[in-house]
Write a protein that binds this ligand. Structure first.
Ligand SMILES: Nc1ncnc2c1ncn2[C@@H]1O[C@H](COP(=O)(O)OP(=O)(O)O)[C@@H](O)[C@H]1O
Ligand SMILES: [Mg+2]
Length: 433
């Protein structure tokens, strides 16, 4: 058996928040990366993918567990491992060439060799002719290419990439992706493995030899799939569609539901501090209407939904999760199916919809119910948002607490359950009792 290049054994990571509380972000991660592989990491937003990549790069330390790179324990940024971020911070006053050389200065490479290697990396990544341009003269796609050149110039053994294409428009991203695959296959770079995080299932299945699927809360590995399709892969190939469906299925089936008959499926019961999905009510209703349309008859394949609405999983899954939480739809095995209650909602007029939504919100979202109950009991039926923020911070990081509160406020306002004043941060009952 080959030795893994990177070996992650039982890694756990928690972040401190507040005085004593800890937020467990990664739990029990075991992962080996082998020579010659491209590995994609997929998971819902907030599941700890970036954290794992930063641990692999030696940028942050795990709380527990062991990480070795070529049999050596990793403590601090490892030589041989290079990282490409979602957006690259280029120094605006330096030229493309100087920005790329920067990575080598730190390694103590002499001037002449620096120049030579930087020119080669710039050429490799398709920026020939732009050596003396300043970042502001470049398009977003070209700036990202400079980021790649800067990661490649150090001749990394392992390349880590955190959503490297997600800030780019589709055409630019496709273009850069195919250039990278060509580079990888031509073996010009000397890179031995690539690990990248993505929120596009198609992207993962197009590029990767293996796809790692993450669970959320805390992040852990749900599945490790080999993709054995030959390159170049076409998204029209039925085998490609099959793999995409398989990934959707894994990402939408809770492990404990896997062996259960369809009608016994349990809804996840959420608690007060649940990380509510970042879903806008109007978009979720749009999805429900699409499902309910005569064309779809209440059931759709999730890859179809993503394609029809042109959403990637970071945009789609929050919407499907909101519909599930409110029991308007069921998501299982890669399909979404409208429920009877969802049908009643979709067929109702606007006022009835708000009523139904409000009933379901109070019934199934403990945070909304809690806020509503407190407002009712308060003599002036008001409350400060700070109260709820500090409550949520017992469960979530500060920024997530804020996001979750903003989300529940948006849902509550749609349902006319409560209203909110942005200037004062005061929540109050919409229709005083
Ligand atoms: N430095 C940090 N301090 C506190 N919490 C953090 C920190 N970095 C990430 N988190 C939290 O860890 C969780 C996972 O974050 P992240 O790894 O960025 O997820 P992903 O990349 O999958 O979206 C989130 O809840 C995030 O708020
Ligand atoms: Mg991330």
């Amino acid at each position: 058996m080959f030795e893994p290049i990177i070996d992650i054994v039982n890694i756990q990571k928690s972040f401190k928040k507040g005085d004593r509380q800890e937020l467990l972000v990664l739990d029990n991660i075991n992962l080996k990366i082998y020579e010659g592989e491209i590995v994609a990491i997929l998971g819902k937003s907030g599941s700890g993918k970036s954290t794992l990549l930063r641990i692999m790069a030696g940028l942050i330390a795990p709380s527990r567990g062991k990480l070795t790179y070529r049999k050596q324990p990793v403590a601090g940024p490892a030589h041989g491992i290079s990282m490409v971020f979602q957006t690259f911070a280029l120094l605006p006053w330096l030229t493309v060439l100087q920005n790329v050389e920067l990575g080598l200065e730190a390694l103590g490479v002499d001037r002449e060799e620096r120049r030579e290697r930087a020119l080669k990396a710039i050429d490799m990544i398709g920026l020939d002719g732009f050596e003396s341009a300043l970042p502001k003269e470049l398009s977003g796609g070209m700036r990202q290419r400079v980021g790649f050149a800067r990661a490649l110039v150090v001749n990394p053994d392992v390349l880590l990439m955190d959503e490297p294409f997600s800030a780019l428009d589709v055409l630019t991203a496709d273009n850069l992706k195919s250039d990278l695959i060509d580079l990888w296959q031509s073996k010009q770079t000397g890179i031995n493995s690539i690990v990248f995080v993505t929120h596009s299932i198609e992207e993962a299945v197009t590029i990767a030899d293996r796809v790692i699927i993450f669970n959320s809360n805390p992040g852990s590995i749900r599945a490790d799939l080999k993709i054995t399709l030959p390159f170049p892969r076409s998204d029209l190939d039925p085998r490609f569609r099959n793999q995409v469906d398989r990934v959707y299925t894994l990402m939408t089936t809770l492990p404990q539901d896997e062996r259960m008959p369809e009608d016994k499926k349990r809804y996840e019961v959420i608690d007060l501090g649940y990380r509510l999905p970042d879903a806008s009510v109007s978009e979720a209703i749009g999805l429900l209407e699409l499902l309910n349309s005569p064309e779809h008859q209440g059931k759709m394949d999730l890859p179809d939904v993503a394609e029809t609405l042109m959403l990637d999983i970071d945009d789609l899954f929050p919407l499907t999760e909101l519909l599930e939480i409110l029991r308007f739809a069921d998501v299982s095995k890669g399909d979404i199916t409208i429920t009877n209650e969802g049908r009643v909602f979709a067929d109702a007029d606007m006022l009835q919809r708000k009523k139904i939504f409000s009933v379901h919100l109070k019934k199934y979202v403990p945070l909304a119910r809690y806020i509503y109950d407190q407002l009712i009991r308060h003599p002036r039926q008001r409350a400060l948002e700070e109260n709820y923020l500090s409550l949520l911070e017992d469960y979530l990081s500060e920024s997530e607490a804020e996001r979750v509160l903003r989300t529940v406020i948006e849902w509550g306002r749609y349902a006319e359950l409560f209203s909110y004043d942005y200037n004062s941060g005061v929540l109050s009952l919409e229709s005083p009792h």
